[in-house]
Design a protein around this ligand. Structure first.
Ligand code: ATP
Ligand code: MG
Length: 331
């Protein structure tokens, strides 16, 4: 049985990093496996947004709109809201006993997020433990295939460690191991070229952006600081505009020719930026229009999520029972 699980934090609308890093893959594989769960991770979003819960709440439906607008189908995927499946929180509580503090502190993704957020020792305990809650999400549904960007690989490793620890200790196949399904583009940089594109860092192009916003953002993009005059030879490596063309432009051969011209000198930044604007407008326009159409019926989106959550609860409750059994919580 092949079960796919993915999810996103409702901390903002989804962006083109999500699109190439995960959404496009999800659309491509939908219907190919026995079951697919797509979770809006509001409980996890609260680990660093507990003081602004209204932001998380508002974004639940925004993320759902993005899902449907990119072409994820309700008859091929079970959409649900994490907090409506409280079994996940209970599993997290038990799994925390199988993970050490030093192991959590070593998680490279958590480490870099702690740094970005400037937490230091003031890190919320819930945030430090979010990889454990991800292990609960994955294992509750016996998911074995996880389409993600490479920032999520440490979470998959962490999950499999918990699975092996529990199965080995109780000498029973209670939980299933999982593996990532990686996309071609694993980590799209932000328009500032610094870190990865992220909803929280103000460096994203959103799937809901207007053509004008797309144009402004691309024109601001960082290229090659040494490429001052058009005739100067330019660098393609580390050049954000070319990274985006590699990720999004369907005309791969033409992009290769442009790269040669740019390296040689004589190709201006404005030319490649204009091309990128057109490529992104072509991808985003139908998504944005579908989003606007779907937005008119928010009630329907919510009921899809609620129905999905009821179904998800049944499955998670079954796994929880098995975990409670080995922990001898079966009074
Ligand atoms: P936040 O800033 O709130 O953490 P985020 O933009 O990092 O938001 P997440 O909800 O944490 O988004 O990530 C959801 C999924 O999207 C994960 O599978 C992650 O690997 C993928 N993803 C996020 N950002 C990128 C990116 N820049 N490039 C490729 N994949 C990405
Ligand atoms: Mg993130």
């Amino acid at each position: 049985m092949d079960v796919v699980l993915t999810g996103d934090r409702p901390t903002g609308k989804l962006h083109i990093g999500h699109y190439v890093g995960s959404l496009r893959k999800r659309v491509e594989i939908q219907g190919q496996f026995d079951e697919s769960f797509i979770m809006i991770a509001d409980t996890q979003a609260l680990t660093d947004h507990a003081l602004t819960p209204q932001k998380v709440r508002e974004n639940v439906l925004e993320v759902m709109l993005d899902y449907l607008a990119v072409g994820l189908k309700p008859d091929l995927n079970r959409f649900f809201i994490q907090s409506l499946v409280p079994e996940l929180a209970e599993l997290t509580m038990y799994y925390m006993n199988f993970v050490t503090l030093s192991r959590l502190m070593r998680n490279p993704t958590v480490k870099s997020e702690m740094q970005q957020k400037g937490y230091g020792q003031q890190i919320p305990a819930g945030f430090l433990c979010y990889p454990v809650s991800q292990a609960a999400d994955i294992t509750a549904f016996k998911a074995n295939l996880i389409p993600v960007g490479d920032d999520q690989l440490p979470m998959i490793e962490q999950t499999n460690e918990i699975v092996r620890r529990i199965n080995h200790h109780f000498d029973k196949a209670v939980l299933c191991e999982c593996k990532p399904l990686l996309s071609k583009v694993q980590r799209l940089p932000g328009i500032d070229g610094k870190g990865k594109m992220s909803k929280s860092l103000g460096n994203a192009i959103f799937l809901s952006d207007s053509n004008d916003e797309i144009r402004k953002k691309v024109m601001q993009m960082y290229t090659d600081p040494k490429h001052i005059r058009v005739e100067d030879p330019g660098h393609v490596e580390g050049n954000v505009v070319f990274m985006y063309l590699d990720a999004f432009d369907p005309q791969v051969d033409e992009v290769e020719v442009l790269k040669e011209d740019y390296r040689r000198g004589g190709l201006g930044d404005v030319v490649i930026k204009k091309r990128l604007i057109q490529v992104l407008v072509d991808i985003i326009t139908p998504i944005r229009e579908e989003r606007l159409r779907l937005e008119k019926n928010k009630q329907e989106l919510l009921s899809l999520l609620k129905d999905g959550s009821v179904y998800a609860r049944h499955i998670a409750a079954d796994t929880l029972k098995q975990v409670r059994d080995v922990l001898e919580i079966n009074y």
